[in-house]
Design a binder for this molecule. Structure first.
Ligand code: ARG
Length: 704
């Protein structure tokens, strides 16, 4: 009997399952037996009474869950933080518990209204008193944790619960004597699991299986070497035995129907204070502002979901709903995260969505030097396709060479500071690189309401289109192509060999010949099969007129490669009259630059194929510069590569029969990119027809 330890319990006089506020209660309304509940509670009470002291609080009619005294509050020394229940079904218990604590002489701390915290159900002291584990995710709000640290003067470690069945920390987590921890890892997110592993040595961690977890094996009352629980498997009993614990099982099935067991039915009201330990809290908060068509573009949902998904929490402080159809709305959101690292991750994703820190919170970007050529400092900010600015010495500087997945390098030039996106390998010693997320903002064009609503005209609004809308998109692409060409603008095409296999070669050739294309990006294959078609009439050995394989056709492409190699380059083969038509022919004849990036599977390769991929990336980047529109035809790798190099604002149309490729591209989230799932040969032929209609409306030329 340990007379140092006291528990608070509440007899099940008025206990019942009256409502549903957790998954255990579902289907159990009024299904628990009063008599059995009383008997089970008595058994637990007797066990605890013979091992410690048990106080009782008077049960109140109309508050059936009051038996779960773990949720009365959190005690440490003479202080108690009173619970603020999330659900109104339990809020009425608060005054009764408050009265009990006050009568016993505790100093009672009360959280602000609307800041839920459910007491020792969600906050468990390390049994050595070294720190407090605090849960959030379902019942208690992350923002309550800093109050616990302050009022109880203790280090608080926040753990995020992610499995609804384990909605309170004490349903899946139980610190035991001698530094042991009984817990169910599946109930926590990966960040929390890492935190647990950092604090508790492997030999002290008793991780249980789901089968034990759903019997509430973690909902255990620990008195010295005794652990009292509803039920445990033989394996778990053995494991606890090895660690020096004696398991006392006492069935609490009637309380399981309400989502509680041994530990929930008790509150330890004697928790000694460790005088030499003090408050420490890792929870951080920041305020950001979001602007745009927040509701109808779904931006606000995306932002708030992202905060929760990544383990944070939020409070919308202001929401200014634009009143006119065309006006934008704005929201100020307070974000909390359990740790600096989590906050940084959330903020960098929010910055991608266009969020900005509030002016009061504006600080210069953090810079760190490059120490090793081609290597960024840890925590470097990863750039996106959106126009970005960084704040240095109080001024916002626009970042040059915007691209995705680069680092932002700052260098001093004679004209002042220069901020540029650079790929890692190009970082030079002496440059400084932006790290973390402070002092960075991206500028996003508001997604317009019309484009979202009238699906038909959602070219230029990110999305994937299926067959049904191909013709509409073709009309829009044709219109844009003509406009750009007539204004002397720049259109770049990336294309894979499928363009040739599907009979699109002649159409692409025409686009080039008629001045709609200013650069061509591809690989070895498109050039090979294009010239194979021109020289031998096949593409990958298939006769392009009859659609059947020709005998020995699989060797055709190698013959072509060999011939071109003999001439030294594609241009020379064209000049020599060996290649008389096709995509490559038109490029050479019309002085359209092209870049062919090599790959591990290339045969030959053609003399023009750039097998040094770093050089190939540079060639691509050079040809993309200044493009207003990029057409991507059936080439996953080249298209995605190009997507990464291209800043937002460039219209991109990705055509592929494979929806995965198209989705991948439109995942850039740029409002100017669109995807079309269709046969590329068909798309090109429709495009040519449409261009013909636009240029000579009364005479639809037959394509040759
Ligand atoms: N029905 C109660 C609720 O959902 C059960 C509380 C269990 N208590 C606990 N500390 N886990 O609030």
């Amino acid at each position: 009997m340990n007379s140092q330890i006291r528990f608070l319990m509440c007899a099940p006089e008025h206990y019942d399952v009256d409502y549903v506020i957790n998954p255990w209660m579902e289907g159990n309304i009024h299904k628990s037996s009063q008599d059995r509940a009383k008997e089970q509670w008595q058994n637990l009470y007797q066990i605890l009474k013979s091992n410690a002291i048990v106080d009782l609080v008077k049960p109140e009619k109309g508050w059936p869950d009051m038996v779960f005294t773990a949720n009365a509050g959190l005690v440490l020394g003479d202080n108690v933080v009173l619970s603020r229940f999330l659900h109104k079904e339990r809020q009425g218990e608060e005054p009764y518990f408050k009265k009990w604590f006050e009568e016993k002489g505790y100093s009672v701390y009360e959280l602000p209204k609307d800041l839920p915290f459910e007491g020792a159900g969600d906050a468990l002291l390390d049994r050595e008193g070294r720190w407090l584990w605090a849960g959030y995710g379902f019942r208690s709000e992350l923002d309550s944790h800093p109050y616990l640290a302050k009022w109880l003067d203790i280090e608080v470690l926040s753990l995020r619960l992610i499995d609804e069945r384990f909605y309170h920390l004490d349903t899946c987590f139980c610190p035991l004597a001698n530094g042991y921890l009984l817990y169910y890892p599946g109930a926590f997110d990966s960040y929390s699991n890492r935190l647990i592993e950092m604090r508790v040595a492997p030999e002290k961690r008793i991780a249980i299986a789901e089968a034990d977890a759903v019997n509430f094996a973690c909902n255990t009352v620990n008195i010295d070497h005794i652990v009292v629980m509803n039920k445990a498997s033989e394996i778990l009993k053995a494991r606890l035995g090895e660690a020096g614990f004696l398991v006392l099982e006492t069935p609490l099935t009637e309380f399981l129907k309400a989502g509680g067991a041994a530990k929930c039915l008790t509150l330890r009201v004697t928790e000694p204070v460790q005088e030499d330990l003090h408050a420490n809290i890792y929870v951080e908060s920041r305020i950001i502002r979001l602007e745009g068509h927040l509701l109808d573009s779904g931006l606000i949902n995306r932002a708030l979901d992202l905060i929760i998904d990544k383990g944070g929490s939020f409070q919308v402080l202001n929401f200014d709903l634009g009143e006119q159809r065309q006006s934008t709305s704005s929201a100020e959101v307070r974000i909390s995260a359990p740790h600096h690292d989590v906050m940084e991750e959330i903020l960098s994703l929010l910055i991608d969505l266009g969020a900005v820190n509030l002016p009061e919170d504006e600080r210069d970007a953090k810079l760190e030097p490059v120490i090793l050529h081609g290597v960024a400092p840890d925590d470097f900010y990863v750039s996106t396709i959106y126009p970005t600015e960084v704040r240095i010495n109080g001024e916002w500087i626009k970042v040059q060479n915007q691209r995705m997945d680069g680092a932002i390098a700052i260098s001093q030039t004679s004209d002042g500071l220069l901020a540029r996106c650079k790929v890692l390998r190009d970082l030079e010693v002496g440059e400084r690189v932006v790290v973390d997320t402070q002092g960075i903002r991206t500028i996003r064009k508001p997604e317009s309401r019309e484009k979202r609503n009238t699906e038909e005209f959602s070219f230029m609004s990110a999305g994937v289109s299926s067959e049904r809308r191909v013709e509409l998109i073709v009309e829009q692409v044709a219109w844009e192509l003509r406009k750009i060409r007539d204004a002397g603008g720049r259109v770049v095409v990336t294309a894979g060999p499928v363009v040739i296999h599907t009979g699109g070669g002649e159409h692409l050739s025409r686009l080039i010949r008629e001045g709609y294309v200013q650069a061509l990006l591809g690989g070895n294959a498109i050039a090979v099969h294009d010239m194979e078609q021109s020289m031998l009439g096949t593409s990958l050995g298939v006769d392009m007129k009859r659609g059947v394989s020709v005998r020995g056709g699989h060797r055709h492409h190698l013959k072509v490669i060999n011939t071109v190699r003999r001439y030294g380059s594609i241009a020379k083969a064209v000049e020599a009259g060996v290649v008389k038509s096709g995509v490559m022919y038109e490029c050479v004849k019309n002085n359209i630059p092209f870049s062919l990036a090599g790959s591990i599977r290339d045969d030959g390769p053609l003399p023009d194929t750039q097998m040094d991929l770093i050089k190939a990336q540079a060639e691509y980047a050079e040809l993309i510069r200044g493009a207003e529109m990029i057409l991507m035809f059936s080439s996953m790798l080249h298209s995605i590569g190009v997507g990464n190099m291209t800043p937002a604002g460039v219209k991109m149309v990705c055509v592929d029969i494979n929806p995965a490729v198209v989705t991948k591209l439109s995942d850039r989230g740029s409002i100017e990119s669109t995807g079309v799932v269709t046969d590329v040969g068909l798309f090109l032929s429709l495009l040519i027809q449409q261009l013909d209609k636009l240029t000579s409306p009364y005479r639809v030329k037959a394509t040759k």
